[in-house]
Design a protein around this ligand. Structure first.
Ligand SMILES: [Zn+2]
Length: 164
């Protein structure tokens, strides 16, 4: 039971000065972000936002998957979202490895065959971003009034570069 004790101790400190009590959970700044799970990305701070401001959906590579679209539709219609940022990043493992390489590395770590596991690597990051932006823009439940942008985040400079 003590596997998480360090984190729970930190949580008690966090809760001691908690300020979001009773907040309704909408995106106060009207922003939704789809980005990678990469630990170098701080999605709120990198665009000057704080907790309560944005809906955030993360996965390996920051792809607009069917689950991401579900989140965006909910965000737009129920949670105040009117701007959507899709943010893949430089030096992303999902865009610099092949499916075979990831399967081999995971297989080695797991000590067993991982060839059945899909990782959905990204062969061309810019093309993937264009596809993802098109998925959002053409979704029948995401109206044209919602502004949608595709950006590349540089994990070495902290800068966002708008691509689309
Ligand atoms: Zn990544």
């Amino acid at each position: 039971m003590d596997d998480f004790e360090d984190l729970l101790a930190a949580n008690r400190d966090y809760a001691a000065s908690f300020e979001l009590s009773g907040f309704d959970g909408i995106a106060r700044a009207g922003v939704a972000i789809v980005t990678c799970m990469d630990s170098r990305i701080d999605p709120l701070r990198l665009i000057g936002l704080t907790p309560g401001d944005a809906k955030i959906f993360r996965n390996p590579g920051g792809r607009v998957t069917p689950q991401a679209l579900e989140a965006l539709v909910l965000g737009v219609h129920l949670l105040n979202v009117d701007r959507i940022l899709v943010i893949p990043h430089t030096r992303c493992a999902m865009a610099s490895s092949t499916e075979a390489e990831l399967r081999e590395r995971v297989g080695k770590s797991a000590g067993q065959d991982a060839s059945w596991q899909s990782f959905h690597v990204i062969e061309d990051q810019r093309a993937a971003l264009a596809e993802d932006i098109a998925r959002v823009r053409t979704h029948p439940l995401i109206p044209d009034s919602v502004r949608v942008g595709g950006f590349l985040y540089d994990v070495d400079t902290g800068l966002l570069d708008q691509q689309l």
